[in-house]
Design a protein around this ligand. Sequence first.
Ligand SMILES: [Fe+2]
Ligand SMILES: [Fe+2]
Length: 149
Amino acid sequence: MEKSRLLEKLNWFYSLEINQVDMYRRQSKKTKDPHLSRALNKFAEIEQSHVENICTTIERLGANPSFMWEVAGEISGALTGTLSSLPSRKDTLRFNIALETRAISDYKALIRQVGDEDIRETLWSNMIDEELHTSWMNAELMKMKGEGH
Ligand SMILES: [Fe+2]
Ligand SMILES: [Fe+2]
């Protein structure tokens, strides 16, 4: 994979991860459920570690990370498209899962294209965290369903 193309991809993830930190933090503050609030805050911490490892990867390639505003636009566009001003817990979880699923498939695609072993390991590690977030939130949705929500 060409270096410029790889950097473009990495900057895309860098921007996505920054957005996710912000999104989970905001959701964590907003929710009244103490368990969900802490889980979302934990997700934010993990996404922050992704911001940092992607940042390090970009710098190791001799570049500076640059935030792609179109990624933020894409996410907030999807947000306003999916959610009302007061989204239900179910809608929030569904939206988060959709976003995580997108991240997982993009990480997977990049893993296939990258030759560098270290970079690939970072991508794998982040992708598995996203899978864990997705599993947790899916389990939460199932639990709600069981409770008749
Ligand atoms: Fe992440
Ligand atoms: Fe995640």
